[in-house]
Design a binder for this molecule. Structure first.
Ligand code: BYC
Length: 483
């Protein structure tokens, strides 16, 4: 194994960044360590802290064999600092500095912009753990409970990844930002998390699966864009984070897929032919497809807000500076400078939605959002609609129009239905319950949230997975509830 792929497990903080040879940084991180543990205990998963959980831990950064599985108590998880191996002679791939050697130190002129990007990325990681902290009590199986905790410990590792960058490269203000990442709190009135969707509640498991499907997918897109960064330590960090992110996407995709599978099977067994027959479907103890559609509408629209405004000087500046690229920038065939190029953007003009060509540099948020929508659509078809189709029902789940239910960007000023027709405020108020979950819908989902803790058993509303984690059998005890 090449040296950079080896992880040093001897110290308090596993790493492949040569921490033992950097006493100043080691001290900073070691003093942050107990505070992060305090945060984990106070605001991480509620309960289960003394139970053994079958978790994977990164032990290498090579694509093959990077993780090992084993029983761990969560507070003893080895949160490590792991960067993908350096690419010899890597150069900046886009923007005004294209072709120059990638930066190994912070470029002074872009310091504030770079720090901001790292802080925003870092802020989302603990936020999601906080949002999900109460879900353990109602897990539909030990398999799902374990997946929740896997996602949580890895989001906490992603927090570590950003804290490493702040502490190593940004001196005193980096250390202060690292403290603030533990101080802000999801949903808090006085000190909320930075981005809107990370202050929303994740009240039940359907919300968790929707979040991992839609919002973790924003994580994937943003990490891809940051993985292109000319600031090499950020690029390497994000590349390794993406390795872990794949499982988070899987949890969301397969989680909703298993809910759909169970609903369709229950409808079929009861002889229900119309998926809109909500009362009868709910009486079977499964989640009706129209409710899934409403939840998808909600989570999709909340997540679109995370891309910022369609037209953004921040995004143009970050690209020009070589700090944040496009999705798969290195596979795009153009000049990677975008000077003079245009990109079609959906805009609001005199209360009409029109497509307009604008300077491609200012439209980078829109472009990333477009790539996201394409990716999410293919997930909906492959993981959700295929299951419905296979079960023989003539029903499809859709993604709403990008103007639906927005708080950021062009469409924040209007209300639109899921087809993108602009509505008067009263009409929106009157009809919104058709498209977004009502209090009744949420109460119904809440009524299903009863824990199922026997190995191999699953709650009424979700099918078992096709395969276990790490090849384990169906009745494997993923979380040991009794010592
Ligand atoms: N809520 O020019 P604008 C993940 C602010 S998820 C509140 O339109 P910009 C994960 C913006 O900060 C990925 N404020 O947008 C998933 C700016 O304020 P300042 C997280 C918002 O800056 C699941 C002002 O509005 N990573 O990893 O081009 C589980 C004007 O901004 C919002 C990243 O996002 C909002 N929704 O783009 C765990 C990557 N949107 O600076 C983890 C890093 C905008 O003028 N972040 N604002 O005071 C970025 O690239 C950018 O900060 C954004 C915003 C894409 C978020």
């Amino acid at each position: 194994m090449p040296e950079a792929a080896m992880v040093d497990y001897d110290g308090l903080i596993p790493n492949n960044v040569g921490l033992s040879a950097d006493p100043r940084l080691r001290r900073a991180l070691e003093s942050w360590h107990p505070r992060s543990l305090d945060w984990w205990r106070a605001r991480g998963p509620e309960g289960f802290q003394d139970n053994l959980v079958y978790l994977r831990t990164a032990v290498s950064v090579e694509p093959e064999g990077w993780a090992k599985f084993g029983y761990v108590k969560m507070p003893e998880y080895r949160w490590g600092i792991l960067l993908a191996p350096a690419v010899e002679g890597r150069r900046i791939g886009f923007g005004a500095h294209k072709g120059e050697p990638a930066w190994q130190e912070v470029p002074g002129e872009y310091r504030a912009m770079l720090r901001r990007l790292i802080v925003v990325q870092g802020d989302t990681e603990p936020a999601s753990v906080e949002q999900q902290r109460r879900l353990g009590a109602t897990a539909p199986s030990l398999y799902d409970l374990r997946n929740l905790f896997q996602v949580n410990v890895e989001e906490a590792r992603h927090l570590w990844a950003m804290v490493y960058l702040l502490q190593k490269y940004f001196g005193r203000d980096g250390r202060e930002e690292a403290e603030d990442l533990l101080r802000r709190r999801s949903g808090d009135q006085d000190s909320p998390r930075l981005l809107g969707a990370f202050n929303e509640a994740t009240p039940d498991w359907l919300a968790f699966f929707m979040f991992t499907f839609f919002t973790d997918r924003d994580g994937k897109m943003q990490l891809h864009a940051l993985a292109q960064s000319g600031f090499d330590p950020l690029s390497r960090t994000c590349r390794f984070m993406l390795t872990e992110e794949a499982h988070h996407m899987f949890v969301g995709q397969s989680g909703i897929g298993r809910i759909i599978e169970r609903t369709c099977a229950a409808m079929r067994a009861a002889g229900i032919t119309d998926p809109h027959d909500v009362e009868r479907v709910r009486a079977l103890g499964v989640i009706d497809l129209p409710t899934l559609q409403k939840r998808a509408n909600l989570h999709f629209s909340l997540t679109l807000d995370l891309f910022g405004s369609e037209i953004s000087t921040n995004a143009a500046n970050a690209y020009n500076a070589g700090l944040k690229g496009r999705y798969e920038e290195d596979q795009i065939d153009d000049d990677h400078g975008l000077v003079g190029a245009t990109y079609p953007v959906l805009r609001l003009k005199e209360r009409r939605i029109v497509r307009e060509n604008v300077a491609a540099l200012s439209a980078l948020n829109m472009r990333l959002r477009d790539d996201y929508v394409t990716d999410a659509l293919s997930g909906v078809e492959r993981w959700w609609n295929r299951v419905i189709q296979r079960a023989g029902y003539d029903y499809r789940l859709h993604l709403p129009h990008v103007a639906f239910n927005r708080r950021i960007g062009e469409f924040a000023a209007i209300e639109a239905d899921p087809e993108g027709n602009i509505l008067a405020a009263e009409e929106w108020q009157r009809r919104r319950g058709r498209w977004l979950p009502s209090a009744d819908d949420d109460a119904f989902v809440a009524s299903l949230m009863r824990p199922c803790r026997e190995p191999g058993k699953f709650a009424s509303w979700i099918a078992p997975p096709r395969a276990g984690i790490d090849g384990k059998p169906g009745d494997f005890e993923y979380v040991r509830l009794h010592a």
